[in-house]
Design a binder for this molecule. Sequence first.
Ligand code: ACO
Length: 326
Amino acid sequence: MKYAKIAGLGKYLPPKILTNRDLEKIVDTSDEWITTRTGIKTRHIASKKDSASTLALPAAKLALKRAGLKPKDLDLIIVATITPDRQFPSTACYLQDYLKADTVACFDIAAACSGFIYALVAAQGLIESGIFKNALVVGSEVLTKITDWDDRSTCVLFGDGAGAAVLTSGRKKSLLSSSLGGDGSYGELLLLPAGGSRIPASKETVKNKLHFVKMKGNELFRLAVRIMVNAAESALEKAHLKSSDVDILAPHQANIRIINAVASRLKLTEDKVYLNIGRYGNMSSASSAVALCEAWEEGKIKKDSIVVLDAFGGGLVWGSLVIKWV
Ligand code: ACO
């Protein structure tokens, strides 16, 4: 039996930083409101010429370098994104071209903030079934390009960035268990209304700002904690582990209050929860990818550490993945 393992991690954050003070000049908000209600202080903003693929590229290169692999070694590329370069071709195809990887399998996954976890689990299945050997999985988002900068209830939340993982096959089981779920009946709580086949782009959709994120934050908040706790507990149970076995939780970074409530219900102390929401805001699929990468860079993940990824987002979709670091 071959098992998938994470052999390298990478990240990329575009250099431009937008502070809460900057936002005070754009909408009726305050540093105090944003800090206390969300935990966010700054977020990174992609340049005009950037897209999901251009942010993905440096993150992917770093993950490959750390894994000791070349792009030619890859036989699968998955990009998790809800801000793809285009509806098609897939962002994974652009990334394949930029990397000069072989003409391997490339596809995108649209699972919002849970996208990176969904993509890791998909890659794991394809590796452990023997179909592929080396996979690149990237969560990359340019949320600020689908943000309504007149809407203070959303524009203070989002940021841009990318995180990447290279998966290879090994002898020891490392991705121990996962719990993925979805419930389309809550789809209206968080969506980008137009631009797809249901409401194609038109002058009207542009005028009515239907190409920007619409979110019922309050209602999502109430669901988020229960969903994330259930997902993590279910994944841990499948691995025959308890939350007291967890060394580090690298959660989706949507709101510090959500993360703290999840940690408290899982009885995890502060030192076991990785936080970067203050610096980056919510980067959807890139959030847990960058959190995992930074937790590793900062030495919080060592051999045999039990690492839990946990996310929820628009769909609704959610996912948790338990990893024993090898
Ligand atoms: N600055 C100042 N005041 C604001 C701002 C702002 N930026 N935004 C909203 N307010 C006001 C509201 O207008 C409201 O005022 P009112 O009481 O006079 O009507 C008040 O603050 C409270 O608004 P709420 O929406 O109730 O604020 P809440 O405490 O719920 O925080 C937030 C809002 C931060 C959005 C929170 O609900 C949240 O984090 N929700 C979850 C978001 C999430 O997890 N999304 C899913 C993942 S994202 C993805 O999938 C891409």
